[in-house]
Structure formats: C-alpha cells, structure tokens
Write a protein that binds this ligand. Sequence first.
Ligand code: SAH
Ligand code: SF4
Ligand code: F3S
Length: 440
Amino acid sequence: MKTPPKTYHVKSFGCQMNVYDGERMGELMAAEGLSATDDAAAADLVVLNTCHIREKATEKVYSDIGRLRKNAAAEGRSPMIAVAGCVAQAEGAEIVRRAGVDVVVGPQAYHNLPALVAKAAVGEAALDTDMPAESKFGALPARRRVAPSAFLTVQEGCDKFCTYCVVPYTRGAEVSRPFAAIVDEAKALVDAGAREITLLGQNVNGWRDGEGRGLELLIAALDRIEGLRRIRYTTSHPNDMTDGLIAAHADIETLMPFLHLPVQAGSDRVLKAMNRSHTRDSYLRLIERIRTARPDIALSGDFIVGFPGESDAEFDETLRLVDAVGYAQAFSFKYSPRPGTPAADMAGQVPPDVMDDRLQRLQAALNRDQAAFNAASVGRQCAVLIERRGKLAGQMLGKSPWLQSVHLMTDAAIGDIVEVALVQAGPNSLAGVERLRQAA
Ligand code: SAH
Ligand code: SF4
Ligand code: F3S
C-alpha cells in the first residue's frame, strides 16, 4: 500500500515522440491535481518514459530505477515508479519481476495512467500494454502552456519491419490521426505559446487522411493558422516521399527547409537485408528531386554501421553515399541486436572493434560535412526563432530555418523571431548578429 501521490516527475528517453508522450502524461497527472517537480528523487510518482531501440537504451532503464530508489531512500522516501514507453511495451510484466516497479504502461495505453496509479496506490497490479482499436488521443486533456517549438504526433506505428528494428512491435501498426483533430490540437498549441510545430510520426510522411490525401494537405492547412510561423516534420521514410510533399517544400513558406530522411546504409545488399525497400540509387535520385524543389534544403539522416554481414567494401559504400549527399547533420549508431527481430539471428554478426572503427570513420565524415554546411552559412541572413537563454548575460539561443543552433546578443524574448546575420560558425552552432525583430 502506498499513499496516493501528490507530486510527479516525468523523464523521457529516446525519440521526439517520447518527448511528446511525456508531456501528455504530465498533463494527465496535472489534470488529476498532482503538481510537477523537477527533482525526480523528491517526487511521489516518477514516470520513466523509456526507449527500447538499442540494448544500451533498455539497460539504462534498470540502472535508472536503481539510482532513483537509492537517491529517494537517502531522503527516507519510497516513490511510486511507473515505467512507460517502448520498454514497457516490449518487456511488460518482466519489468515488475526484475525491478519491482508499481506501474507498467505501453505507448498506446498511457491515457489510463491515472487509473493505473490509483490501482497501484491500493496495492493492486497495474499493468496495461494493450493496443486498443480506439485511439488514446480522445481521452487526453487539453494542451497547457508549451515552448515556442512544440511537438505534435500525427501518425504512429510502423508497418515497414526493417529487420533490425523494434518499433513495429513496440508502437504497433501505422495509424494516422484524423485531420480535424490534428488541426484543433495545432491551434491549441499556438494558443498555448507555440510558434513552431514539428509534426511527429515513426513514418510521418506516411500520414493519410480518410480520403487517402497525404501530409502536404495537412501542412497546407496548418500554414493557414494565424500565429504559427514554422512547420517541420519527422521522421520520414524515403518510400513515402511523394511528389506532393516534395512540391510543398517549394510552395509553402512556413515549411522549413530541413528534412530528416534516414537511409541507414549505402550498399544495396545491406539495404535489402535490412528490408529497407529502397536502393542506394533510388535514395540519391529522391534527394536530387527534393533539392530541385528546394535548393537550400538541409538534409539529415540516420545510419547503422555493422549490420550483420556488412563487409569493409559495403561499409565504404556508406561513406561514399555520405560524400555524395553532403548532410547538414546526421545520427549514426552501431548495430544493436534486438530480441525478436530477424536481424538478431542473422549470420555474420560484426565484431565490436570493427563496429567501433566504422562508427569513428563515419562520424568523422558526417562531422566534416556538418562543419562545412555551417561554414557555408556564414554571411547568410535568416530568421531565428528564440527558444531559450544562453550562458552569457544578454545572450539568447534559437534555431535557424535549417535547424542550426544560433546564439546572439539580443533583448528579444523567448518566442520572438529575430532577423539575424550569421557571422561565425562552429561545429555545432553559429553566432548571429541581430538585424531586425518581429514580436511573437
Ligand atoms: N522511424 C524512423 C526512426 C526509427 S528509430 C526511421 O525509420 O528512420 C531511429 C533510428 O535508430 C533508426 O533510423 C536507425 O538508424 C536506428 N536504429 C533502429 N534500430 C536499431 C538497431 N537495432 N541498432 C542500431 N540502430 C538502430
Ligand atoms: Fe524501424 Fe524501419 Fe519502421 Fe523506421 S521504418 S521505425 S527503422 S521498422
Ligand atoms: Fe525508442 Fe520507442 Fe522512440 S524504441 S526511438 S522510444 S519509438
């Protein structure tokens, strides 16, 4: 038996969708009358919103639970612990057995968090990893105050089944939220302080309305919302990049010139073994079409090195693809075998030292291109959305249209959009000088 919690703390790991889900779980608990606290060890209820994508991410959950318990015990406390997110979905009751947590709730069931917390408070088992046919979204409370750059989930789940990936199992089948519900939530976000909205989905460009119309339709509708200044979307699959969506990058001014378009590897044999269903060439041709529509677009990607059977020559093809594209930024990972995925049982698992070496070489190439992209921005003038205070007095941090971090001295407020000259480039950020201000 535990006393019902009065304060809560949500900690999210993993992708942006988990950040969004974490915000929504916070809103649920606030609607129940609980108050938020920044200090996990001082909260009555701690929600760990977890990620299962790589082994390290999953193991982190268990070490986090241990640390949390120890820190709280040092203050004579024993908080209620809820495990949410993709580890909750994948491991279910195993988490209760291994770590004795109070609540386990999956990504499609978290609207039931208050009921589960109430159950746990009277000592009942509180586990819900259902993927109900009706969407959780209708059961969530209204949006509260949000940051100038807000997330909005429009599509969830994945039917692509890349052979290395757990997401189709943890998030379920592809589902698009209805058009009207998304537009309403976008308006509520703008009323709550958002100036920029990033539309989220595991395959966000696979979003379709009831009549089969694609994401460009939604973006065009959001473009008409008064006060919404910037639209972004992530993550896209190359095969769902339609002509209509590419054209939107040329036609819709609030759609920012940035695209995260993971390719994973540069060798056709590896791509096939990954079940990516695009080739090196089809990807490169797609990039060409996107750049024709929007020449200044900044491209980003995800890469996996050391997929089972990847040879040195095949890895070199990844390096050559990177050279050909010239990414503005990118994420790269060592392959991590995930239980239950086809690749985990494939022959030719790559030794750790080979993976380390490949990751180092790939990251050196990606860092080189990121630095070059930033250096090429110097001399440009662009709008910067101010997101937070910098370290120095009078310094603010924001984002360029190309998603670069920009720091500048200004008395502009968070949420303002400032016209800036980019004057200096570092590997991860740029320095800007204010030219002109538009109030939020
Ligand atoms: N839906 C998105 C994101 C999936 S997860 C997409 O398709 O791109 C984010 C990234 O994690 C993937 O793009 C991939 O690069 C990486 N990833 C997924 N499973 C992995 C695994 N088993 N080992 C290493 N990296 C992995
Ligand atoms: Fe995972 Fe592939 Fe789906 Fe992306 S497209 S979520 S990598 S299965
Ligand atoms: Fe991780 Fe689940 Fe996102 S596995 S990357 S939190 S969809």
